[in-house]
Design a protein around this ligand. Structure first.
Ligand code: MN
Length: 335
């Protein structure tokens, strides 16, 4: 078996000034990383992680299944963590990472940390393969929150596991046996927090024969629903054939601007509101009812500043008013 069409697309969304997502679409290796951290640290974290796993496509470099994927993610973690330690401006940065490695026997090794996701689209059905390492997913698993409550929870972007925060990271790994026609989707939470699974499935179905169109349509759906976060989608299909004969319809990824939604001016929320904490930390914070307030304060807007023109106009008005008063007083005195 071989990889047929594949495509990677990313978009900043409509609320964020920066795109802190990164992806790899380099058969047989695919990945999505969603970075977080102050200033440019989120971008640094996700791009470092994406670069770290690009070890070349030689059979030796990518030999091994789940263990190899776990090693790649551990190496990515070490690099992000080392940078966070060395560079004060990058301190506390982190990134999610979801990796898929295709093998010619049709097995796909998946490795995963954070709240980006891997999905399998088979026979018109979409199945979520990964489990989110997020506070709300954790609370849902414990039965303390319903899935519906999780979707609107103020702390829904808090993740409980990330690359970069510790010298070692706990990586989820598993293997999926693909069949011809299977389609895999790796994506950041900027897609899944905006677009429900049924819609994702329908969009993929509609664009099944053109994965480039599918990726762009998914991004458009997320932006039409608000585009609150950076959106990344990596899609690849499993086809019949020998991976070595590359007669494959490789997909172009040049953005054609005409059907791109123009992002709204970025809000004052410069930093992503994603953060990494332990579940216990956030629960005690929630209990103290301070966490939500902190988020609100963070989102506080800057005072709007009057333009120079408006200020001059105001000054002129005051001068005219003062002149008028003086004139009236002088007239009154003269009488
Ligand atoms: Mn995100």
């Amino acid at each position: 078996m071989k990889v047929g069409q594949r495509v990677g697309e990313t978009n900043p969304g409509r609320k964020r000034r920066r795109n802190e997502d990164a992806y790899v679409c380099d058969p047989p290796l695919f990945a999505v990383a969603d970075g977080m951290g102050g200033a440019r640290a989120g971008e640094v974290a996700s791009s470092l992680a994406a670069e770290a796993i690009k070890v070349g496509d030689s059979p030796e470099a990518l030999a091994g299944g789940e263990e190899r994927v776990a090693e790649l993610i551990q190496e990515a973690n070490r690099r992000v963590h080392q940078r966070a330690v060395d560079d004060e401006s990058a301190s506390g940065m982190g990134t999610t990472m979801t990796v898929a490695l295709f093998h010619p026997d049709g097995s796909i090794s998946i490795g995963h940390v954070g709240d980006s996701r891997a999905y399998l689209h088979r026979d018109g059905r979409l199945e979520q393969l990964t489990e989110d390492h997020s506070l709300v997913a954790e609370l849902v698993r414990r039965g303390e929150l319903s899935p519906e409550e999780a979707e609107v929870h103020p702390q829904r972007s808090v993740i409980t596991r990330a690359l970069g925060t510790d010298p070692d990271v706990d990586v989820d790994t598993f293997t999926v046996q693909a069949v011809e026609g299977d389609l895999f989707l790796l994506c950041s939470d900027g897609l899944t927090s905006m677009v429900d699974a049924d819609t994702i499935s329908a969009v993929v179905d509609r664009n099944r024969h053109d994965l480039y169109a599918a990726a762009r349509a998914l991004i458009r759906e997320a932006n039409e629903r608000g585009g609150d976060d950076n959106i990344t989608a990596v899609l690849f299909e499993v086809a019949d054939g020998d991976p070595d004969d590359e007669t494959v319809e490789a997909v172009l990824t040049q953005p054609d601007e005409e059907d791109t939604l123009h992002p709204e001016p970025a809000s004052e929320l410069t930093d992503g509101d994603t953060s990494i904490v332990s579940v216990e930390e956030i629960r005690s914070a929630l209990a103290a009812e301070s966490a939500v307030d902190a988020v609100d304060a963070e989102a506080g807007e800057e005072e709007p500043h009057a333009s120079v023109g408006q200020r001059i106009l105001a000054a002129l008005l005051i001068v005219a008013l003062v002149a008028l008063i003086v004139l009236l007083v002088v007239k009154g005195l003269a009488r």
